[in-house]
Design a protein around this ligand. Structure first.
Ligand code: G3P
Ligand code: MG
Length: 236
């Protein structure tokens, strides 16, 4: 079972910061999930659509300026750009890490399409190591249309009503599903359609065991060390 460090090792360090990436890799993570917004055409790593709550900033992140963002911190750590995060993970892991880039915000698609060839050309990641996900499936469709080799990983927030359409329309490699709605039938359906099932957000050892027993391929956890240890145990 693959374990994604959710927003980096966000149980131990401020989420989506370089410190959280460092901690995830120190704990042995082989996969990391990050959230992305666009600020003045640059992709930055941050979860919420608004700055307050998770940072000392205020307002909608996509209406901020880069100058504004320089003054903002998350638990004392700066908000990194997507390029900074990918460069950091690449250099610390020697390219031996899967990165799930979740596109959240307004205006992310074009900058991502522009940046993707540069990521593959300049860093050690292969296309297969970069899973591009979003709850916004229109974003994913636009990206797949422009970048044929991109690996698409649709996010679904509730009980999936038409997995067949999601998988085939988007050529999905994996489906990223909410732990609250997962079932054996959904896992089997996804597998029959050739898609892996990765489930968010799971920190409890009993939950990990249950998901493993129904054939879930991977989970997102805020405590990747504990999840990796639990995932390695035989199903009881
Ligand atoms: O990608 C899995 C998970 O991160 C999706 O939900 O809100 O934590 O970004 P959220
Ligand atoms: Mg996310």
């Amino acid at each position: 079972m693959l374990v994604f460090a959710h927003r980096g090792a966000s149980g131990y360090a401020p989420e989506n910061t370089l410190a959280a990436m460092d901690k995830a890799l120190e704990l042995g993570a082989k996969a990391i999930e990050i959230d992305v917004h666009c600020v003045e055409g640059e992709l930055v790593v941050f979860h919420d659509r608004r700055l307050e709550g998770k940072s000392n900033g205020y307002g909608l992140i996509h209406l901020s300026t880069k100058a504004d963002l320089c003054k903002v911190t998350v638990g004392g750590e700066p908000i990194p750009s997507l390029w900074e995060v990918l460069t950091r993970i690449d250099s610390l892991s020697n390219g031996d890490c899967i990165v799930n880039i979740e596109l959240k915000g307004v205006g992310c698609v074009e900058p991502f399409i522009d940046m993707y060839p540069q990521i593959l050309a300049s860093l050690n990641f292969t296309a297969q190591q970069l899973l591009i996900s979003s709850f916004n499936h229109l974003y994913l469709a636009q990206i797949k249309q422009q970048l044929s080799q991109v690996v698409i990983a649709p996010l679904l927030g509730g009980i999936p009503t038409d997995l067949a359409k999601v998988v085939s329309d988007l050529h999905a490699y994996s489906l990223h599903l909410d732990a609250a709605f997962i079932s054996q039938a959904i896992v089997d359906d996804a597998h029959q359609r050739g898609a892996k099932v990765y489930v968010y957000t799971v920190d409890n050892v009993d939950d990990i065991n249950t998901l493993k027993a129904i054939g879930v391929d991977g989970i997102f956890s805020n405590y990747p060390d504990k999840a990796i240890a639990a995932a390695a145990l035989p199903v009881s």
